[in-house]
Write a protein that binds this ligand. Structure first.
Ligand code: CA
Length: 525
């Protein structure tokens, strides 16, 4: 009896198991065909590698920390070191020297996913030529300029293609970008299409402006000064496992005074600028919390691929235009932080926004996608570049790279490759070498080797496995390698920009290839 009973139970168990497997196989194939993921791509502006809590920073970012702890963090992801460069490369998957400001001969993610049946939504800073609606986004709210007054906006604000008059009271750009993102999601929720939402927050770009209550929260948080805080931050970055090797912290640059050498008045002022900067990032995090809550309420959380990054490292430019005593919660204020705090933002790396050393090009990349990333909290040391985001979106959406863009131009080849195999816990064929350029700053990364050039040069060679903080220049020891990599950079620059490198004079090449029309740049960089 026992045997018979056991045998019947076993049969029932087997039948149930077969049924379960069939259901899963059937459900899986239906999901694969019908349930393409939504994609939320969020980029902030002028935020360093280690400002976020989950990257070792002092700023409270509980929402991003939560996404990181149930998602994936990249330790070695690169942007374009400058606002427009990063935006152009993010949207097209091509180098800025090719796509330029007008994205000529390029297809945007919005155009490609729109053709593949996605709803395409954007809010925030554009900072390229043309208009988001003309380049594939069905809805847009934000400012076309590179920088704006966070409380009063500027005359480049648009809702769709219409001029948007910024309200005189109760307006804050970061909040408004989220309000419209939520509104667009609500308005399009019945379309039964998956959505691609790109939110380009202008924060924490200068002018540093934040809500009074958010600034209050950070009172005293930075009073220990940049020397102590940088050492503490380095320790946390290391403890979090974000360093792929045992690299030392870079020393305080010569143009940064020691905190102790400042007068009490100056220390108070400097700490205040960092408090406002932190408050701006805090507000971004609060808004990401609101946005994710909305996506959750739509029942879309599980199959939404969320990616978060910054367009360049901390900004060293001192551009305070008003007196120090005009606080950052007032629209009349125009304060900035500068080199010493940018150096904290980019801990443990060297140099800043616009440089192609690691401080300029290293960004957090947080990826969250419950359906695919089941084991959360991991850190990958796989290298990635901002041009990879287009190929990633195409792959996860099952979309093809179109032959032409919405303007009828032939689409030129993509440069990046998909990050999706990494999301699934595997490895991928990386693009190698990867090239970098802005103005007189340039670099090339090939495997563990990186050749970097800042300002007037010369070329410096680093072994990134042993020295990602770029402290031991090996260009003398491995002169032939350095020469070969330098030659490959020159070749790449000529092939993609149509010109030869002339240092700062190449700023005109930053407008893209020679076929791109020149246009007066808007404020902000
Ligand atoms: Ca920027």
């Amino acid at each position: 009896m026992m045997e018979n009973g056991s045998s019947r139970e076993a049969e029932r168990g087997l039948a149930a198991a077969i049924f379960f497997v069939l259901i899963c196989a059937w459900g899986g194939s239906v999901n694969a065909a019908a349930e393409r993921p939504n994609i939320v791509l969020i980029m902030v502006d002028d935020m360093g590698f280690s400002d976020l809590g989950c990257y070792g920073g002092e700023v409270d970012t509980p929402n991003l920390d939560r996404l990181a702890s149930s998602g994936l963090r990249f330790s070695q992801f690169y942007n374009g070191a400058k606002c427009s460069q990063s935006r152009s490369m993010l949207l097209t998957g091509r180098y800025f020297t090719e796509a330029g400001m007008n994205l000529s001969g390029s297809v945007t993610i919005a155009e490609a996913l729109g053709k593949a049946g996605y709803t395409t939504l954007m809010t925030g800073k554009w900072h390229l030529q043309s208009h988001p609606v003309d380049l594939g986004f069905s809805r847009y709210f934000g400012h076309l300029s590179g920088a704006t007054n966070f409380f009063h906006g500027d005359n480049s604000f648009r809702l769709g293609k219409e001029t948007f008059k910024v309200p005189k009271q109760g307006f804050y750009t970061t909040d408004a970008n989220t309000d419209y993102a939520i509104r667009f999601l609500e308005e399009t929720k019945d379309s039964r299409k998956p959505f691609f939402l790109y939110v380009a927050y202008n924060a924490p770009h200068y002018p540093l402006m934040a809500h009074k209550e958010d600034i209050e929260k950070y009172r005293g948080r930075f009073s220990e000064g940049w020397d102590v805080l940088r050492r503490k931050r380095y320790k946390r970055v290391k403890e979090l496992g974000l360093l792929g090797g045992d690299w030392p912290l870079t020393p305080r640059p010569k143009n940064v005074p020691s905190w102790d050498s400042l007068s009490e008045k100056d220390r108070k002022w400097e700490a205040y600028t960092m408090e406002v900067y932190a408050a701006m990032i805090d507000r971004v995090d609060q808004n990401i919390g609101r946005l994710m809550k909305k996506i959750d309420s739509l029942g879309a959380s599980e199959n939404t691929l969320f990616m978060f990054l910054s367009d360049n490292g901390g900004c060293p430019f001192q551009r305070t235009k008003t007196k120090r005593d005009v606080p950052g919660h007032l629209p009349e204020s125009y304060i900035t932080y500068h080199t010493p705090w940018a150096n904290l933002s980019n801990t443990p790396f060297r140099l800043y926004k616009q440089n192609q050393h690691e401080g300029g090009i290293s960004t957090p990349l947080i990826v969250h996608w419950p359906r695919v990333i089941s084991k959360g909290g991991n850190i990958t040391h796989s290298m990635g570049h901002i041009t990879d985001l287009m190929a990633t979106c195409l792959e996860v959406a099952g979309a093809k790279y179109p032959e032409t863009n919405n303007r009828g131009q032939k689409a030129m080849p993509l440069r990046g490759s998909s990050l999706a195999p990494i999301f699934r816990g595997g490895t991928r064929q990386v693009t190698d070498p990867v090239f970098f350029h802005f103005s007189s700053n340039r670099a090339v990364r090939s495997g563990k080797w990186k050749l970097s050039w800042a300002g007037k040069g010369p070329w410096e060679l680093y072994n990134m496995d042993k020295d990602r903080t770029e402290l031991v220049d090996l260009s003398g020891k491995f002169a032939r390698r350095a020469q070969e990599m330098a030659a490959s950079w020159e070749q790449w620059f000529k092939a993609t920009s149509g010109g030869t490198f002339k240092g700062k004079k190449n700023r005109k090449n930053n407008k893209g290839n020679k076929n791109n029309k020149k246009k007066k740049p808007s404020e902000g960089e």
